[in-house]
Design a protein around this ligand. Structure first.
Ligand code: TRP
Ligand code: ZN
Ligand code: CA
Length: 438
């Protein structure tokens, strides 16, 4: 008797993102067909560059940096917050204390979307003390700011809830993002279905690196770059060196983009991406020359658009499991004669949004008088769909697939087949229960 629920994806799979289906054979490497892809707007790189020019001016007016505990940091926070407030975001400044100075995170929520499914994008807004920090990390900060403004311009109403964050004191050890994660109750934290991190995405001698973490997020970025015909590599310049690390450690699915810091571009990398081999991706990393002159506009443009692609697609709820994906429980469950209801369960995971209108419910019950039986499908929220109600009199066994319009039910969660025998003498057992996504 097999006790575990089983997930198998059948051939002919077609879905935007396959990575969520851990256990489905080719998960991370499968090429999505993209049939369900959402087209985001172009993110104007000129706007992103204007934000960088503004951050540069803030640094220049505040002793040349935007570091934790310095006036340039708080001015950066106020600058970003004002733009988001004007665009209709609900913003909050979270204060913390580090090294004897007050630090600030800025959290911005776009109203609407499923509060239980949050897609969050973050970038650290602080620089080191030695420079204005325009690539590290004005670039990520400006790109997510312009993406947030693009969400507002589009008045986007995605299935999931969108949140943006600008972190303080990353350069002193991921202080702000750790503070946020540690001070977010685990029930709230578990609602964050994706945390996307952007730290250094306009490096002057750029590489195109994708974080190798959550397969769905990783595949989303890879799909975007594949569409541009630009090869990517897995980010290896120090995993855990940015604000995604505390999220990852707390079990939140993470991903992100990176254009390189102080590592040297190889000749193979220069061949595929252009730029200068034998030189750092960012020669001004953590130094005073990390100014607006330290940005590659093409990398900044592509990464800003890649962020939009990820935000629009990961929040849309349009991702579906590969056609024919089966969630199945083949454990036998005895049905007591004229007794209490019993259930067999399957847990659906990795499916965004609601269940289909043609959910296939496979029922396999061995019984000697099906006229005794009431059989229901119970959705994760407890909604009941009756499948069989004491018809068939003395017929043996139910071996049937029912089509259920489950489109008002959230797909993810535990679904039950509930069976009750309501008359004495004949007995049997549930022998199989499966949900097939069409
Ligand atoms: N601010 C980061 C740091 O100094 C930059 C960085 C280095 C980075 N390696 C990285 C960011 C890898 C993301 C991924 O630590
Ligand atoms: Zn950084
Ligand atoms: Ca009976």
């Amino acid at each position: 008797m097999k006790l575990s629920a089983r997930l198998s994806a059948l051939a002919g799979a077609s879905a935007l993102v396959l990575g969520a289906f851990a256990g489905a054979a080719p998960a991370a490497t499968a090429a999505p067909t993209g049939t369900a892809a959402v087209t985001p707007p172009d993110i104007p790189v000129a706007n992103v560059k204007q934000h960088l020019a503004d951050l540069q001016s803030i640094a220049t007016a505040n002793g040349g940096n935007r570091a934790h505990g310095r006036s340039g940091y708080k001015a950066s926070i106020d600058f970003v917050k004002a733009k988001l407030d004007a665009a209709g975001y609900t913003t909050a400044i979270q204060q913390f204390s580090y090294n004897g100075s007050t630090g600030y995170n800025l959290i911005a929520d776009w109203p609407g979307g499923d509060p239980n499914q949050v897609v969050m994008s973050g970038s650290h807004l602080d620089s080191v003390t030695s420079g204005p920090g325009i690539n590290d990390n004005g670039s990520g900060s400006a790109a997510i700011l312009e993406n947030a403004l693009a969400v507002s311009r589009a008045q986007l109403q995605p299935t999931k809830h969108l949140r943006f964050a600008w972190w303080g004191a990353e350069e002193l050890g991921l202080v702000g993002s750790k503070y946020y994660v540690n001070n977010t109750p685990s029930t709230e934290r578990s609602k964050i279905k994706a945390y996307l991190n952007f730290d250094m995405i306009g490096s002057p001698n750029p590489g195109y690196f994708v974080y190798d973490d959550d397969p769905t997020i990783e595949q989303t970025f890879k799909t975007y770059y594949a569409g541009l015909g630009i090869p990517t590599e897995i980010e290896t310049e120090g995993d855990g060196r940015s604000d995604h690390a505390p999220f990852k450690n707390a079990g939140v699915p993470v991903g992100g983009l990176f254009s390189g810091a102080d590592y040297t571009k190889t000749s193979a990398q220069a061949q595929k991406w252009g730029g200068t081999a034998g030189q750092a991706f960012d020669r001004c990393y953590h130094s005073s020359c990390d100014t607006t002159a330290n940005i590659n506009d093409t990398a900044l443009d592509r990464n800003s658009d890649a962020i939009a692609y990820a935000i629009w697609n990961l929040s849309s709820g349009s991702t579906t499991p590969p056609a024919g994906t089966v969630f199945e429980n083949t454990a036998d469950v005895a049905i007591p004669d004229n007794g209490v209801a019993v259930t067999s369960s399957v847990t659906v995971t990795g499916v965004s949004g609601n269940a289909p209108s043609t959910l296939q419910v496979g029922v396999d019950i061995v019984h000697t008088w099906i006229g005794d039986l009431v059989v229901d499908l119970v959705a994760p929220d407890g909604s009941v769909y009756n499948l069989h109600n004491r018809t068939g009199s003395g017929t043996d066994n139910i071996n049937q697939t029912y089509t259920v319009n489950a489109s008002t039910e959230v797909a993810n969660g535990t679904w039950k087949l509930r069976v009750q025998d309501k008359a004495s003498a004949d007995t049997g057992y549930i022998s199989g229960f499966k949900l097939t996504f069409p």
